[in-house]
Design a protein around this ligand. Structure first.
Ligand code: ADP
Ligand code: ILO
Length: 346
């Protein structure tokens, strides 16, 4: 079959998973394939082709993308998650299994704690391949489910369309809302018809929030000031339990919760603290030895692709697939204990 889609030219210094694992043979084998939703290899890799500084560079358009384009996704998943095709994922959302007494009661180090999971609707395409009508349906069904939450989880859904610049800027600055115009999402097709169909739900205290139709259809978030990690996890798991009575989420025995970016597969969980460790930060080798030991990732204060400010870092679990939710949070908790000790010793 004739196609104008040729093997992409990657710069010599390209370090993305895409450029590492897209061989000419894989490209030839996949270039004319399509999922039932019409999602193609060209769409799956566009973000990494346009943004050659990507770490990963691929997005799935639907659950089927992970098998249809398995020749590319499997080695990326194995490389990133150390998780093989024959492995199975397991979930444990029971907060009683977490060993996490409240940390830093004097509030010297931990500024805030946040745990989020990504979720997508079963039987609908993921964001990169979704139609406008399907995205609107996700918004409608999500806001209905969210409006049925009770007690401290009850809140209001605010569509992005019609939200004033002032409010959205202040929500972003305070770490509650996603940013617009991410170039990686843009090239993946995730920003089509922006801002239609997108929005945020939150309770009055902004300790429970849900992003609708960003990178995943739902990002369910629990956050609060300070270091009571167990309380944050418990709030999150209570909300998830309620929402999954209303919405069937996309899940596979092998890959766990299905997400548009392969880095989020499995638990789809990122558990983080904003932690102030200015002395330790003078010795990044020591800092990174601790984060590596506990499988943690260091981000800047305004999320991925941002810088630290005033010795404050976003520290979160790196492992998400092949480990349970409890293990993700425990990784983060144990690493934070070690970081606080190292800061005290520095
Ligand atoms: P993700 O939703 O994948 O975790 P980001 O890294 O972009 O994506 O983070 C989203 C937002 O959440 C950013 O504004 C970031 O600063 C904020 N955030 C992350 N962790 C914390 C935390 N522990 N406390 C407060 N805000 C946080
Ligand atoms: N596509 C981007 C981001 C990958 C991981 N982060 C998120 C938000 N999914 C990249 O390949 O660097």
């Amino acid at each position: 079959m004739l196609t104008d889609f040729n093997f992409p030219p990657f710069p010599k210094d390209c370090k993305s998973q895409l450029c590492k694992h897209l061989t000419k043979e894989t490209f030839e084998a996949l270039k004319d394939k399509k999922t039932k939703n019409g999602f193609t290899l060209k769409e799956a890799i566009n973000s990494g082709v346009v943004n050659s500084d990507s770490g990963i560079g691929v997005y799935a358009g639907d659950k089927e993308s992970y098998s249809t384009f398995g020749l590319l996704f499997d080695p990326i998943i194995e490389d990133y998650h150390s998780f093989k095709v024959e492995d199975t994922h397991k979930s444990n959302l029971n907060p009683n299994d977490l060993n996490a007494p409240v940390l830093d009661v004097d509030g010297e180090y931990i500024i805030s704690t946040r745990i989020r999971v990504g979720r997508n609707f079963a039987n609908l395409p993921l964001g990169p391949a979704i139609t406008k009508e399907q995205r609107d349906e996700v918004q409608e069904r999500s806001s209905q489910a969210l409006n049925s939450l009770e007690g401290s989880l009850s809140g209001t859904y605010y569509p992005l369309e019609g939200m004033s610049d002032e409010i959205s800027k202040s929500l972003i600055k305070d770490h509650f809302l996603f940013k617009a115009g991410d170039r990686f999402l843009e090239a993946s097709g995730l920003n089509r018809e922006w801002p239609e169909g997108r929005g945020i739900f939150h309770n009055e205290d902004k300790t429970f929030l849900v992003w609708v139709n960003e990178e995943d259809q739902l990002r369910i978030i629990s956050m609060q000031q300070g270091g009571d990690i167990k309380e944050v996890f418990t709030r999150l798991t209570t909300a998830i339990a309620h929402l999954q009575k209303k919405i069937e989420f996309s899940y596979s025995e092998h890959l766990g919760y299905i997400t548009s970016c392969p880095t989020n597969l499995g638990t789809a969980m990122r558990a983080s603290v904003h932690i102030k460790v200015p002395k330790l930060a003078q010795d990044m080798k020591k800092f990174e030895a601790i984060t590596d030991k506990h499988h943690l990732q260091i981000r800047g204060i305004h999320g991925e692709h941002s810088e630290s400010e005033g010795g404050i870092y976003d520290i979160s679990n790196k492992r998400r697939l092949g480990v349970t939710e409890v293990e993700c949070v425990q990784d983060m908790y144990d690493g934070v204990v070690a970081l606080i000790q190292a800061e005290k010793d520095a």
